[in-house]
Design a protein around this ligand. Structure first.
Ligand code: AP5
Ligand code: MG
Length: 208
């Protein structure tokens, strides 16, 4: 089964994927995580991407399509949960030529809700765990590996709002695109992460 998690920045795509991937037994592929790993390694792709990501702009379609196509080719029979890809109609068309998509889950959330979530997100540079200050009770260390938590470079209010505008302009048209293909499920992502995961699993139950 191949699934796309669609939704604005901070809607909870990564959180949902983390909560349901073992239940579904499929691979989680986040283009944002892949790009941040290229930045960490200091590759040419990472250097190009960093400038755009820090401004909240999209990385060019051809770079993203090349990166994802290579991974799909290596993934074998295992299904994939795409997170943050596709983000443009060109990316969706390219994906349609190389993989069959069984469901597209739209995590629908308001601009103020997602901006607040982004500004209060903390990440562990040691093991990659993702937290939110709302649930950290004042602690700033990773529960799993005791490393001091940090913020993503693009997690500030101005960049979060820019990312939301970029989403509305470039990615929102995919809602129509996948509605026409009759594969779209809408989930209210303003709810708690537990409720969101449960509702996504319910929506996918008929497809499994
Ligand atoms: P990417 O890393 O994909 O960022 P994004 O789409 O902006 O989404 P986020 O990762 O910020 O949010 P999320 O929905 O995963 O939320 P999360 O679960 O972490 O992309 C970054 C950049 O890379 C892009 O801006 C672009 O430059 C580039 N890029 C990536 N893919 C690209 C592509 N295909 N084409 C071109 N460029 C591309 O949750 C957020 C916070 O909220 C966390 O703290 C979490 O704990 C909390 N939270 C989650 N769910 C809930 C809930 N239900 N209730 C309360 N809190 C919650
Ligand atoms: Mg994410």
């Amino acid at each position: 089964m191949n699934i796309i998690l669609l939704g604005p920045p901070g809607a909870g795509k990564g959180t949902v994927a983390g909560n349901i991937k073992s239940e579904l037994g499929i691979m989680h592929l986040s283009t944002g995580d892949l790009l941040r790993s290229e930045i960490k390694k200091g590759t040419e792709l990472g250097k190009q991407a960093k400038e755009l990501i820090d401004q909240g702009k999209l990385v060019p379609d051809e770079v993203i399509i090349g990166m994802v196509s290579a991974l799909i080719a290596q993934s074998g029979e295992q299904g994939i949960m795409f997170d943050g890809f596709p983000r443009t109609v060109a990316q969706a068309e390219a994906l349609g030529k190389i993989a069959e998509i069984d469901a597209v889950v739209l995590l629908d959330a308001d601009e103020d809700v997602v901006t607040e979530r982004i500004c209060s997100r903390r990440i562990c540079p040691g093991c990659g765990a993702v937290y939110n200050t709302a649930l950290l009770n004042g602690s700033n260390v990773c529960e799993a590996c005791n490393t001091e938590l940090t913020s993503r470079a693009d997690d500030n209010e101005a960049t979060a709002r820019e990312r939301f505008q970029v989403y509305m302009q470039n990615t929102q048209p995919l809602v129509d695109f996948y509605e026409k293909a009759d594969v779209l499920c809408r989930i209210d992502a303003n709810r708690t992460s537990g409720e969101v995961a449960e509702n996504v699993l319910k929506a996918l139950k008929d497809i499994k």
